[in-house]
Every structure is written in structure tokens, then in C-alpha cells.
Design a protein around this ligand. Structure first.
Ligand SMILES: Cc1cc2nc3c(=O)[nH]c(=O)nc-3n(C[C@H](O)[C@H](O)[C@H](O)COP(=O)(O)OP(=O)(O)OC[C@H]3O[C@@H](n4cnc5c(N)ncnc54)[C@H](O)[C@@H]3O)c2cc1C
Length: 393
């Protein structure tokens, strides 16, 4: 019951927030119906939807709301190829645009198509995930509409993992490979687009092309980081490596930016460094170290208690070392050596030991906790909040 009330309230709030909606600019009913009846003629395994567009006219940024003319829910690559070929064959008689939509976590309407066709990539379930782990370079073939979190869980069943990640894993393969896919592993492995062996792409003419470094390389490098402008990725072959079981997750603070960035540079250029290096700025946060205690333990609890973050600009270095339980003593030693070369504020060393999955999926948990607290705040005060404007998923 509580869940239903929550969904209802979130729904009302998001409708009220849709003030940048562009329906007033939309196509006339006649042009809609011409496009729609033309698309209806296509023989596909999936289906087109010509109504209930609200969800595809939204994204994480919640600033742009462009209603399309149709949404394709493809069941096969051939559905996407037929649709693009059909639109291409219409020639200059139409200015119909097409956008692939992954998990819709863009900020500025990139996965929306004003009066055009949105292709809902998450409904493309083929091919099913296929692992190739016999050789020296294991990889997975996966549909571009798959979420990275699902790839993580499936790979771990075989003791494998992709090498490079985003901070947030509830995004699609096609969505992040169209950007770059960056997180704290990028200094070691490059962004996600550096860890792809092969792609299957549907071009603007509707051709289905396999591309890689060696084969149709222009298309391969165009599509990777191509912001969805060079074709639609339907399948990706992603590099894997053996997965660790555990992670030592560490945060330290700096008050001086140069000291902070020098330490970061030193870490990303040294050979036997951490497996993950990131950093962020913290401005005037009250009780910061106290808040961290739910996840991290201070190295020196007494000193940590005396540290005040209020009124300060601080720079947080976040690092992580992967390990397996049998390597714990070596890992601890290795971390001590790495930390001893850094110049952070001594009282601000915080450590935690979590599973590999907990570490990689950390942002989802944080977002969920934030949403929950915003929602509770909303119930208490009745005031509008960001929690009502977005449905994190
Ligand atoms: C909470 C949050 C955390 C984030 N953290 C990170 C991070 O740590 N690192 C990082 O690099 N990014 C991060 N991002 C950004 C994110 O990687 C991009 O917004 C990404 O595009 C979202 O993926 P999506 O599946 O939601 O794609 P969508 O938003 O649906 O699409 C994004 C773009 O890709 C295109 N596209 C989607 N699928 C395909 C396809 N199959 N073929 C061709 N083009 C396609 C779309 O047309 C659009 O232009 C974050 C975003 C959010 C909201």
C-alpha cells in the first residue's frame, strides 16, 4: 500500500515538474498519422507503440521532454535494421529522426527524438549473454540493451569481470559505449570504450555491420564514444579478466588542491598502485566524517572525532585495492606503502572492506538512500523535492 502511495505521489510530482515540455511544438495530427501508418506496414517481430510516450520523453536530467511519433520495441536486430532502412528509403520526404534509448540516464534529452522514432534498446534481449572463457583473453558477447549490473552478476558466476566501469552500473552497454564509460579504473584500463573487442552496428541505411579494430575500423571508432550519431550498437564483445572477491576501499582528505592532485598523479603513474583512483570536492559539509562512519572506519577514531569539515573546501581522494582473502597480509602491506607516500590530513584516513559487488554497486545504494531520505523529508514537510521529480531505477 505504501509503495502504491509512493508511486502515486511520485507520478503527480513529475507531472507538475514537466514545465519544459515541448508538446506545443509537436507535429500536426495529420503528419503523425502519415508516419504512423507508414511504420505500421513494417513486418517486425517486436512492435511499435504510438501512444503512452511519457516515459521515453523523459530522462535523468528531467529538463527536456520531447514526445516522439513512435517507439520501437525491437525483438531482433532485424527489427531495428528494417525500421532504419524504411526511414532511409523515405529519403528527403521526411525529416524523421531516430534515437536509441538505453536506460534513459542522459541529462539533456540525448536519447529522445522530437517527432521521431525512439528505439527502446532494453527490449532487445538477443543475443543472450554468451561467455567465451577458454582462451587467454576471455570476453562476453552481450546485447547493447543489457545493464552493466546484470553483466557483473553473470560474469561473477564464472569468476570473471569486465575491467572498466562507470560509478553507476544501472546503465546500458549501448548507452555508456556511446559516451565513454569512465570510473576510477580508467587510469589502468582506459574507459569502457577501450575494452571492447567487437561491435555489431546497424547503420543509418539499415545495414547490419560487424566492426572491430581490424574490420570496418572507421565505423568501430566512430560508434565508440559517438553519442549515438554513427549507428545503433546492437551487440558488444567486452573484455573480461579474473574477478577479485574483496575490496579495500579508502578515503582521505586534503585542504590544499595542489597537494591532492600531486598525490593523485603520483598514484596513477606508479606501477603497483591501487586498482581504483578517484577524487571529489567537498564544500562546507557539516559532520562529514561522522556521516562516513556508516560505511568506513577511521584509522584514528580520536583524532577523526576532532576534525571539523564545516566552512571548509576539502578534496577527497578515494582509492580502492582489489584482493582475495588469502592475500590479505600482502594487500595490507602494499596499501600501507602506497599510503605512506601521500600527504593527506592524517586524522582523515578512513577505511572499509567490502565485497567486489558492494564496491562496484555503491552509487546505486547511495542514490536509493538519498531518495528514501528525500521522500521521508517530503512526507514530513509536504514540500516538493527532487525525489518527486525522478524515479531512480
Ligand atoms: C546517476 C548517474 C551516474 C553516472 N555515472 C557515470 C560514471 O560514473 N561514468 C560515466 O562515464 N558516465 C556516468 N553517467 C553518465 C552515463 O554514462 C550516460 O548518461 C549514459 O549514456 C547513460 O546510459 P543509458 O543507458 O541511460 O543511455 P541513454 O541515456 O538512454 O542514452 C545515452 C546516449 O546514447 C545513445 N544510445 C543509447 N543506446 C545506444 C545504442 N545501443 N547504440 C547507439 N547509441 C545509443 C542515446 O541515443 C543517447 O545519445 C552517469 C549518469 C547518471 C544518471
Amino acid at each position: 500500500m505504501l509503495l502504491r502511495i509512493l508511486i502515486f505521489i511520485l507520478g503527480i510530482c513529475s507531472i507538475n515538474r514537466s514545465n519544459l515540455c515541448c508538446d506545443q511544438l509537436f507535429a500536426t495530427p495529420s503528419s503523425f498519422s502519415v508516419i504512423q501508418s507508414s511504420l505500421k506496414q513494417l513486418k517486425i517481430e517486436g512492435y511499435f507503440s504510438f501512444k503512452n510516450f511519457d516515459h521515453v520523453a523523459k530522462d535523468f536530467g528531467n529538463r527536456y521532454h520531447f514526445l516522439p511519433s513512435a517507439v520501437l520495441y525491437p525483438k531482433s536486430v532485424s527489427d531495428i535494421s528494417s525500421t532504419l532502412k524504411h526511414i532511409f528509403d523515405m529519403g528527403t520526404t521526411t525529416d524523421l529522426t531516430v534515437a536509441a534509448r538505453g536506460h534513459g540516464h542522459s541529462l539533456e534529452g540525448q536519447a529522445q527524438a522530437y517527432r521521431g522514432v525512439v528505439i527502446s534498446m532494453e527490449s532487445l534481449r538477443a543475443p543472450a549473454m554468451r561467455f567465451h572463457h577458454a582462451g587467454e583473453l576471455p570476453f562476453i558477447d552481450v546485447s547493447a540493451g543489457e545493464l552493466w549490473i546484470n553483466i557483473l552478476h553473470e560474469s561473477l558466476k564464472l569468476g570473471l569481470t569486465p575491467k572498466s566501469w562507470t560509478d553507476y552500473l544501472h546503465l546500458t552497454v549501448g548507452g555508456t559505449l556511446s559516451n565513454a564509460g569512465i570510473s576510477g579504473q580508467a587510469f589502468k584500463h582506459g574507459p569502457q570504450i577501450n575494452n571492447v573487442y567487437q561491435l555489431e552496428v546497424v547503420t543509418g541505411k539499415g545495414e547490419v555491420i560487424t566492426c572491430s579494430k581490424e574490420q570496418n575500423a572507421d565505423l568501430f571508432y566512430g560508434v565508440l564514444g559517438g553519442l549515438g550519431q554513427f549507428g545503433i550498437i546492437t551487440r558488444a564483445r567486452i573484455a573480461l579478466q579474473p574477478a577479485p572477491k574483496k575490496v579495500k576501499w579508502i578515503r582521505v582528505l586534503y585542504s590544499d588542491f595542489s597537494t591532492f592532485s600531486n598525490d593523485q598523479e603520483q598514484l596513477i603513474s606508479s606501477k603497483d598502485s591501487f586498482d581504483y583512483v578517484e577524487g571529489f570536492v567537498i564544500i562546507n559539509r557539516t559532520g562529514l566524517l561522522n556521516n562516513w562512519r556508516s560505511t568506513f572506519n577511521p584509522k584514528d577514531p580520536l583524532l577523526a572525532r576532532k576534525f571539523s569539515s564545516e566552512g571548509k573546501v576539502l578534496y577527497c581522494l578515494e582509492v580502492a585495492k582489489y584482493f582475495n582473502p588469502e592475500d590479505t597480509p600482502n594487500t595490507d602491506q602494499n596499501i600501507d606503502v602506497l599510503l605512506s607516500k601521500l600527504n593527506y590530513i592524517e586524522s582523515t584516513l578512513f577505511q572499509s572492506e567490502v565485497s567486489y559487488v558492494e564496491f562496484l554497486d555503491r552509487v546505486h545504494v547511495i542514490l536509493f538512500q538519498k531518495e528514501l531520505s528525500l521522500y521521508i523529508e517530503y512526507l514530513k514537510t509536504g514540500s516538493d523535492s527532487d525525489a518527486c521529480a525522478r524515479g531512480f531505477d
